[in-house]
Design a protein around this ligand. Structure first.
Ligand code: GDP
Ligand code: MG
Length: 318
């Protein structure tokens, strides 16, 4: 498969789609080609703002992305929507079905919507999303929105690949406080209470102050103090304020160097994660290890050797 790098960089959608297909391929030859391509585009990446969006099913993520995306396009931006969805790897991710909620956005010349990739061997689904993000940047997209449902590790994975991590919430404080994992609150750069419309207006405001105090109690290691906002994705209200907040963040984070620092740190951590996975893969594929593993497991269970010695013997084989 050959990719026209110039076409990709000129924002040609077919070239971009082809490059993403290459990145998502399970074939070893494609994998190698994809990595070469990624290395080539690397100097042309990093110019977008990477925004992660999470929240429980039904909170309004897809509706929000439709409204927010259209608003950004109105400002002259090019918007890419990607997804990390570990819950339905075979179906291609729920974002695919959600294209109905992103109907207008998906018709826009300046929008690119890509469903969650199916499972991949190394690094999981998030590996593909990271690489696709780089391709989108090289193709000139200004804003990358990465959506995920709050399943398993997916929120942590998204948080570790974006600049700004946002949690959408419903306007009913008490229930939600339990629904959200504590670690996620600590990762959030913003909480956005969606569905602040109709009869939920007042409740949304109360929820907002509740969370603002909760957030203020958390310790922050970054220059940024997380904010709590309200919006109505359906009535298209408040998304301008959300963008204003993210712009504030981006300007400061670029100026004080923390954006670059965060991205470097993320890339380094990802490299270490991949080393770990590659070594495990090599271990599992080694014929000697495959042969000795069950034998040594038995010995450990029977108390005939120590876990340390068994592990040492196996890892010494590769
Ligand atoms: N009242 C109200 N309903 C909303 C709003 N945003 C989304 N919804 C509705 O909430 C439901 C779930 O929305 P969806 O975008 O699919 O949520 P997702 O599962 O998080 O992607 C749909 O019926 C939407 O029409 C909003 O701002 N206000
Ligand atoms: Mg959705």
């Amino acid at each position: 498969m050959s990719i026209d790098l110039d076409a990709l960089r000129n924002g040609n959608r077919r070239a971009l789609a082809k490059a993403i297909t290459l990145v998502e391929s399970k074939l070893d030859t494609h994998r190698q080609q994809a990595q070469q391509l990624l290395e080539q585009v690397l100097p042309h990446t990093g110019n977008s703002i990477r925004i992660g969006i999470t929240g429980i099913p039904g909170v309004g993520k897809s509706t929000f992305i439709e409204t927010f995306g259209l608003y950004l396009i109105g400002l002259g931006k090019k918007v890419a929507v990607l997804a990390v969805d570990p819950s339905s790897p075979i179906a291609g991710g729920s974002i695919l079905g959600d294209k109905t909620r992103m109907e207008e956005l998906s018709r826009q010349e300046n929008a690119f919507i890509r469903p969650s990739p199916s499972e991949c061997a190394l690094g999981g689904v998030a590996q593909h999303t990271r690489e696709t993000m780089l391709l989108c940047e090289a193709a000139g997209y200004d804003v990358i929105l990465v959506e995920t449902v709050g399943v398993g590790q997916s929120e942590y994975e998204v948080a570790s690949m974006v600049d700004f991590f946002m949690v959408l919430m419903l306007p009913n404080a008490c229930d939600e406080l339990q629904g959200i994992k504590r670690g996620i609150m600590e990762l959030a750069d913003a909480l956005v209470i969606n569905k602040a419309d109709g009869e939920s207006m007042n409740l949304a405001q109360r929820t907002r102050s509740h969370y603002q105090s909760a957030m203020n109690l958390l310790r922050h290691t970054s220059f940024w103090t997380p904010r709590v906002l309200t919006c109505s994705a359906i009535e298209k209200k408040g998304v301008d304020t959300v963008w204003g907040m993210i712009s504030d963040f981006e300007i400061d984070a670029r100026k004080n160097g923390s954006l670059q620092k965060k991205r470097s740190q993320q890339a380094k951590e990802w490299m270490h994660k991949l080393i770990h996975e590659m070594l495990m893969l090599r271990l599992r594929q080694n014929p000697g290890v495959r042969r000795e593993m069950p034998i040594l497991e038995e010995k450990v269970i029977a108390g005939q050797t120590t876990p340390y010695l068994a592990a040492k013997m196996l890892t010494d084989m590769v």
